[in-house]
Write a protein that binds this ligand. Structure first.
Ligand code: 5GP
Length: 116
């Protein structure tokens, strides 16, 4: 798998505004925020490029961890009660730019639907 900017952030080789970290998951502010709260939540493992690589028999624990962290981060950022959106882009048509699976957590304003 190709090296990504997120792998460098995990290894602290480039700076990021980290809002949560544990052994398996890292969450940090998006460099180009699309809402007042825009956090990226990523697994520290670099082997999963997109949701298309997920298999329940291999990744159910990790997926649970990602959603646990999403709820924790939503509380920490003050949007748990007001509401937030989790986005998981997968592949070219979705607009995925970084081939390292990540949840976008967006909140802090009224989000429109459908997305662009
Ligand atoms: P994607 O389009 O792949 O779903 O989302 C990738 C996200 O990573 C984009 O929202 C982009 O702004 C963010 N991003 C790209 N490079 C960096 C970086 O170096 N630092 C941070 N914090 N975010 C980044």
């Amino acid at each position: 798998m190709a090296e990504t900017i997120f792998a460098k952030i995990i290894r602290k080789e480039i700076p990021a505004n980290i809002v949560f970290e544990n052994d398996t998951v890292l969450a940090f502010k998006d460099i180009n925020p699309q809402a007042p709260v825009h956090i990226l939540i990523i697994p520290k493992t670099t082997e999963i490029e997109s949701a298309r690589d997920l298999k329940s028999e291999n990744h159910s624990k990790l997926l649970g961890d990602l959603f646990d962290v999403a709820n924790e981060v939503a509380k920490k950022m003050g949007v748990f009660e007001s509401g937030f959106r989790l986005v998981l882009n997968s592949g070219a048509d979705s607009g995925q730019e970084v081939p390292h699976i990540h949840l976008h957590l967006l909140g802090g304003r009224k989000l429109t639907w459908p997305p662009g």
